[in-house]
Each structure stands twice: as C-alpha cells, then as structure tokens.
Design a protein around this ligand. Structure first.
Ligand SMILES: Cc1cc2nc3c(=O)[nH]c(=O)nc-3n(C[C@H](O)[C@H](O)[C@H](O)COP(=O)(O)OP(=O)(O)OC[C@H]3O[C@@H](n4cnc5c(N)ncnc54)[C@H](O)[C@@H]3O)c2cc1C
Length: 387
C-alpha cells in the first residue's frame, strides 16, 4: 500500500525546505526526502558557517541563465525582504557584511532550525537517509519508494561539492521525463593558470583589491593568488562569466585617473616604477608586475609611450586560465534544467503536469553574496503556491 501525499519533494536543501514548509502551511500533505543523514548540509557550511542567507540588492540582472528573464517572476514575488522578515520572526540576529550581503550573527544552524521549525508548522514529513532511485510515473501519479503523490518537486541541487553528497541526480531525473538540460559547468570557482604564468602562482597567499573583467562583466573586489592560480571574490564572480580559451583582465590599480604614470613622471621623475607600484600593492606582487613590465630606472628616463603602455597593461592585465578547480571546489553549478521547460510562475514543467524543479537544479545561477540562497527561497516559494 502506498502512502498518499499531495506532493513529494526530492532534496532537503535550501529550496526543498522552503517549498515543503510553505506548501505544508498551505495545508498540503508533503513528504520531503533526502539521501543525506541530515537536511540543509550546504546551508550549514555556507558563508563560513554564518550563512550569507540573502542579499538586499537582489535583482534579476545578478543571475545567469540562458533566459535572463526567467527568474524575474519568482524573485519579484518572494523578495530578500520577505526572507529577512522570516529571519526576524524567528529572532535570529543578523548583520550586513558588505555589498548588501546578510549573514547570521550566530551560526548557519539557526537558518536550518528556522526552516525545520517552519516545516514542523506545516506538518511536513521528513525522511533523511533515503536515496531515491526510480520514480514511477506510469498513470500520471508519481511514486517514489512507498510514497505516492500527484506532484513531484525536483530540489536535489547541482553537482558542486560532491563530497557533501551533491549529485547530478536532478539532471538524470529531468532527462527521464524528457526535459532538456543546459550543459552544467562549475561556477563561483577558482581559476587555474598554465605553466607560462607560473610566475604568478609563486605569489600564493597574496591578495589585493582589483577589478576582474571577462567580456562585459566586471567585479571590483579582492583577488587572491593561489598555488594553482587565482581565487578570491572578484575571481569567483568572474569565473561564472569565463569560458575556456578566453582571457580575463585584471585591473590592478582600480580608480587611477588616465595618464597617472606620465603625470608621475613629471612630478616625480626620479622615482622608479617598482617603487610606485610597491606604494599601492603588496610588495611581492609589485615586484612581479615590475619585472614583467621590464621598465627599470627612473621614470624621467622612460619614454611617455612606454609608460602609457604600462598603464594600459596594469589596468587590463591579461590572464589566460587553463581551467577551473572544478565541481570539487565550485560553490555553485551554472546550467541545469532548462528554463524553457518550466513555467516561470510555478516552476512546473510545461509538458509534464505535476513535475516541478526549483533551486540550483534549474538553469539560474546567482552572483556570489547571498543571491543563490535567495533564488532557492524564491523558486521554492513559487512552486509551493502551485502545489
Ligand atoms: C561551500 C559553499 C558555501 C556557500 N555559501 C553560500 C552563501 O553563503 N550564500 C548563498 O547564497 N549561497 C551559498 N552557496 C550556494 C548555495 O549553497 C546553493 O546555491 C544552495 O544550497 C542551493 O539550494 P538547493 O536547495 O537547490 O540545493 P542544495 O542546498 O544543494 O540541496 C540539495 C539537497 O538534495 C539532496 N540530494 C542530492 N541528491 C539527492 C538524491 N539523489 N536523492 C535524495 N536527495 C538528494 C542533497 O543531500 C541536498 O540536501 C554555497 C555553496 C557552497 C558549496
């Protein structure tokens, strides 16, 4: 005998927990299944253990997707303020760290407890340690294990950080129902540099404020050199826009006015480029850049043309990454279940009634800084209205 529910939600992460709680509180009988030993594991490790749970600057243009309009409806109906109101109702102390990023003062555990409390209020049944193999859909109803429902929600996330139990299960399941997948790739991930740029790998541990650019995207934040290449918030952000074979550019001295180097030559002709760079940048980085620019001696002895060229290079230093550190280190996955398959109002598959997909499993990926959780909350909430 099957146990009958109104909805089975696969995946007890951010999106699944939100969807379950809201649907449960709307009177639906909800079963939430997760193969992990506990729900919300990524929430627990997020934001360095303090969970960057949303961003007050959430807007659709901070998300990547094959259809940039898709996220508008859900993000507009369940906003960062809505989630913040929930956090405050649960008396969780929070603070804005930087750039609109909201974190718990205490611990990410408070967010998981809050969601579990909301699920309990909605009488959601939670089954952990339950891996779902086949989903049967022979007669229009969904059967997973001994449970049966007219609706199934795919909320099993993306494959980033497999050692935490992340899988590509959402894609396999979606494919079985005939839904298209936009090729998944790691995002918010460190970039690796080839041997001919190994000089920079020797700067491992050095960090500085830059503007990182790829195509039209630009992020003014910190970059960090690592023993494999480049990391830090500016690089993680730009990694989402970077494509294999393309360069990225780093502005090492953001905010400098045009001709600052030739002006420095007039006002300070006896200074060396190396010294000027060391005044603005970490010493080892200044040394490396000066070596690469190969303009020794006093500025006063260098032609303007050479200084202008150096200025241009320092403002758009080209790096040609040879890869990323992969899903093992990626904070999120770009790509996933194609938004063309889903209703942007309800997240229901257009050609498979009763099948929904939410959260990171869908081809919507936010910037670093709380945007990905906000998508998980908003898409989970939108689906819950339709269940
Ligand atoms: C280290 C790290 C830090 C992060 N920090 C932040 C942050 O501070 N702010 C932010 O906005 N975003 C952050 N993110 C991204 C954020 O965690 C994800 O975007 C978000 O968790 C996606 O929610 P989701 O519910 O779609 O998927 P997940 O939270 O990944 O949940 C998916 C769930 O499905 C379960 N599951 C997977 N496969 C199966 C299966 N076959 N059967 C049953 N269950 C399955 C998993 O166990 C998991 O519980 C971070 C990510 C990482 C890796």
């Amino acid at each position: 005998m099957s146990r009958i529910y109104d909805a089975i939600i696969l995946g007890g992460g951010a999106a699944g927990l939100m969807c379950a709680a809201v649907a449960g509180q709307r009177g639906r009988r909800v079963l939430l299944l997760d193969h992990a030993s506990e729900v919300g594991k990524k929430i627990l490790i997020s934001g360095g253990g303090r969970c960057n749970f949303t961003n007050i600057h959430t807007a659709p243009d901070r998300y990547l997707s094959a259809n940039p309009h898709f996220a508008k409806s859900a993000l507009g109906r369940y906003t960062a303020q809505d989630f913040l109101a929930l956090v405050e109702r649960h008396r969780i102390a929070w603070h804005e760290k930087t750039l609109g990023q909201l974190f718990c003062d205490g611990s990410a555990r408070q967010i998981v407890d809050m969601l579990l409390d909301e699920c309990a209020r909605g009488q959601v049944e939670i089954g952990t340690g339950r891996s779902v193999g086949e989903v049967d859909h022979a007669d229009g109803r969904y059967r997973a294990g001994d449970a049966e429902a007219p609706a199934l929600v795919i909320a099993t996330g993306g494959p980033s950080i497999p050692k935490m139990g992340a899988t590509g299960f959402a894609y396999d399941l979606a494919r079985r129902f005939g839904l298209k997948i936009v090729e998944p790739r790691p995002a918010l991930v460190p970039l690796t540099l080839p041997p001919d740029q190994a000089l920079f790998r020797e700067l491992s541990g050095v960090s500085t404020h830059v503007i990182a650019r790829a195509g039209k995207a630009a992020f003014p934040e910190a970059a960090l050199f690592t023993h494999r290449g480049l990391s830090g918030p500016a690089i993680l952000q730009i990694s989402s826009y970077w494509r294999h074979g393309e360069p990225i550019q780093i502005d090492f001295l953001p905010g400098r006015p045009a001709n600052w180097l030739t002006d420095a030559k007039r006002t300070n002709p006896r200074a060396a480029l190396r010294k000027l760079l060391a005044e603005a940048l970490p010493g080892r980085l200044a040394e490396t850049l000066a070596e690469q620019l190969a303009l020794p001696g006093d500025l006063g002895n260098l032609p303007d043309r050479k200084l202008q060229e150096a200025e241009r290079r320092l403002a758009a230093w080209p790096f040609l990454p040879n890869g990323t550190e992969g899903f093992a280190k990626a904070e999120v996955t770009i790509g996933g279940i194609s938004t063309a398959e889903l209703s942007s109002q309800t997240m229901e598959a257009r050609k498979v009634p009763g099948l929904y997909a939410i959260g990171e499993a869908v081809d919507v990926t936010g910037w670093l800084g709380g945007y990905n959780f906000q998508w998980a909350w908003a898409s989970g909430w939108a689906a819950a209205q339709a269940l």
